[in-house]
Design a binder for this molecule. Sequence first.
Ligand code: NAD
Length: 367
Amino acid sequence: MKIFDKMNEMGHEQFNMFHDPTCGLKAIVAIHNTTLGPALGGCRFWNYNSEDDAMIDVLRLSQGMTYKAAIAGLNLGGGKSVIFGDAKKLKSERLFRSFGRFIEGLGGRYITAEDVNTSVRDMEHVKKETNYVTGISSALGGSGDPSPVTALGVYVGIKASVKERLGLDNISGLKIAIQGLGHVGQYLTEYLHKDGAELFVTDIEQDRIDKMVRKFGATPVAKEDIHSLDVDVYAPCALGAAINDVTIPELKCSVVAGAANNQLAIPSIHGAELKKRNILYAPDYAINAGGLINVSNELEGYNREKAFNQAEGIYDILCSIFKRAKEEDIPNNIASDILAEERIHSIGGLKSFYLSKRKTFKIRSDK
Ligand code: NAD
């Protein structure tokens, strides 16, 4: 891969590769944009098929963090790191401390956190070498599990979406399908239940379904059927790409609003497809920004109440996205990208992807 060409194409500022053969550490840190503040983003430990795959992943993920921080109103930039290798074989205190020293060497331009295959405990090893780390346990003054804050953001985001699409101020009596009952999905189920929604749930783990049926009277659904139920809201809270060429024609909901990252398999196409079908889409990185809001609070001395209050602001953030999309007759995911880019442009620089291509998107959405 021609890394400078790729950085230029995607708008990255910095790309760092670290190697410590004494512990098997091979890490990459990509810093996408630091106009709004230091780049914050998690560290993913993954056994990639190739170095190119690892590089593409870290470039893509760090770019996404720029947009998430910007739309959430945080004074943070976008960055991400990956550690290349088999986490089960390689994980050690030595490796994470070595990683911590590399992060320290970046002088605060990048702040790390946990992500896929890295844990609070791993970040506590990193913390022994650098203060540029978040996602530390609450016992050590950190922010602890971000999922309740993420779930609150998704809950208020669903309310904003229902208000916009159905004109309703509350969700009592509405049918909501939840796909994925993990950390976020379970808290979300509880919020929605308290508000009187009729819930339909699925997971690949039967015990998680049973728990939600028992605790909140939810109706269990086969995992293949969850997206095609005749419901008001479909909330993807499992893996990415739930909205794709196969599922879109089968959707009967009015709103897609959930916690999962990268819900649209191909954002430029599937966002427009939802719009064409009059299905309101709450852009994933805006509605699930509660997790980032939570860890960002750690930088100023963590206050749980403040983090929850800030996550409630996701209601207004979504309203501004919907307003912009309506004004310009563009898909919500594009409106969100534009608003995020405008915030960065108002402070400094960002190589623009969507602003320069808006015509293309309009043509696509008109098809
Ligand atoms: P999790 O791993 O705890 O939960 C995911 C759940 O989805 C699991 O219970 C899993 O069994 C289930 N699942 C997997 N494949 C499924 C399928 N095909 N059908 C139904 N269920 C399936 O993860 P989480 O922390 O709850 O996060 C959920 C999503 O939200 C992820 O996409 C994550 O990236 C995103 N997210 C999470 C946070 C957070 O604070 N945890 C923040 C932002 C975004």
